[in-house]
Design a protein around this ligand. Structure first.
Ligand code: GDP
Length: 364
């Protein structure tokens, strides 16, 4: 599954957000009970109204949403890259994530200490980014030193690593995170394997007070400006509101959101932004037993999409019977879509589209 790490300075609202994310009624609903894998790791359902619509049409007994993992990575402070505080442990935690949600304190509250003694989310973002860049620099230098011997032979893999590490080092020494390095398609796999902390895509989460939840404030505006310059995404959230919503049932939550002038829970927006950030999309399998959402990378071909369900589906792939979501809905189900000529048989080279309802045929 996909893992998103929640980072930020102390007292910015990370734990509040993490707890709301993983304890929300939506996370506990459906077939997967909320599970805490470790105290700081939680799985959540990916909200998708289309799945409910499909299940309703097909009369599916079970609804199984896609899942996403969040990791609360506490302890990032100035000096972390030097192993102060929780140092290395959380750096290792960050390495294992696919993307980073960077929570920034965009609220003033005299009762809650700010570690740097002032509220300045843009400066906070720089503090964290600097720590991550320093940690990357250290690991890059170590790895390049280890490569020297291999490079004397004609080791192609070592040459590729050396080239990528040198590019990352140049960017960081220039004050830019590794994610600003442009990587060719044929290098992408090796690049990911380097697991550089600053190569992960970043989403800035502006945590604001309740009254600023719908429109934001000067702090969140400053973060949005910074994010735009970096080509990063932002999500406006009030962790305190999310905390309250997480204790309500769906109907109460909707009313509460309305009162706050919000259309959708911030957590739903956060999860969706994570999907966009990671270039993920969803396809569905729908039947009387269950309606289920599956997550794939954009641009995934049908056999690999089938492989998400089971390796045998990929190995023995014959074809995918495909109905676009809208066609499934307007046909009021598979039969109607079929009669309207909207069910297609797609082969191995078919690139699955977001919202496709698929049925795989395969050899065993
Ligand atoms: P962490 O150290 O980043 O995990 O921060 P916590 O989630 O533990 O939050 C630190 C304190 O800030 C707690 O007392 C929270 O209730 C409070 N807090 C979190 N979000 C907000 C907010 O949006 N506004 C205000 N005023 N307080 C908040």
């Amino acid at each position: 599954g996909f893992r998103m790490g929640i980072v930020g300075l102390p007292n910015v609202g990370k734990s509040t957000l993490f707890n709301a994310l993983t304890r929300t009624a939506a996370a506990q609903a459906a077939n997967f009970p909320f599970c805490t894998i470790e105290p700081n790791v939680g799985e959540v359902n990916v909200p998708d109204k289309r799945l409910d619509v499909l299940a309703e049409i097909a009369g599916s007994q079970n609804i199984i949403p896609a899942r996403m993992t969040f990791v609360d990575i506490a302890g990032l402070v100035k000096g972390a890259s030097k192993g102060e505080g929780l140092g290395n442990q959380f750096l290792a935690n960050i390495r294992e994530t696919d993307a980073i949600a960077h929570v920034l304190r965009c609220f003033e509250d005299g009762d809650i200490t700010h570690v740097e003694g002032r509220v300045d989310p843009v400066a906070d973002a720089e503090v964290i980014e600097t720590e991550l860049m320093l940690a990357d620099l250290e690991s890059i230098e170590k790895r390049r030193a280890n490569l020297v011997r291999k490079l004397k032979g004609n080791d192609k893999e070592a040459q590729q690593q050396e080239r990528l590490l040198a590019a990352a080092q140049a960017a960081i020494e220039d004050g830019r995170p590794a994610r600003t390095v442009e990587v060719d398609a044929e290098d992408l796999k090796a690049w990911k394997m380097l697991q550089l902390l600053t190569s992960k895509p970043v989403l800035y989460v502006c945590n604001v007070n309740e009254e600023d939840a719908s429109k934001g404030n000067a702090f969140s505006a400053a973060v949005e400006k910074m994010a735009a310059e970096q080509g990063a995404g932002t999500v406006l959230i009030s962790a305190r509101i999310e905390e309250e919503i997480s204790q309500l049932d769906a109907e109460e939550a909707e009313m509460f959101l309305g009162e706050m002038g919000l259309e959708e829970a911030g957590l739903d927006r956060l999860i969706r932004a994570g999907y966009d950030l990671l270039h993920l999309e969803t396809y569905f399998t729908v039947g009387p037993k269950e309606a289920r959402a599956w997550t794939i990378k954009q641009g995934t071909a049908a056999p690999q999409a089938a492989g998400v369900i089971h390796g045998d589906f990929e190995r023995g792939f014959i074809r995918a019977e495909t109905i676009a979501y809208d066609d499934y809905v307007s046909g009021k189900g598979e039969q109607g879509a079929k009669e309207a000529g909207k069910m297609r048989a797609e082969g191995k080279s078919y690139i699955v589209k977001d919202g496709d309802v698929l049925h795989f045929l395969f050899n065993t």
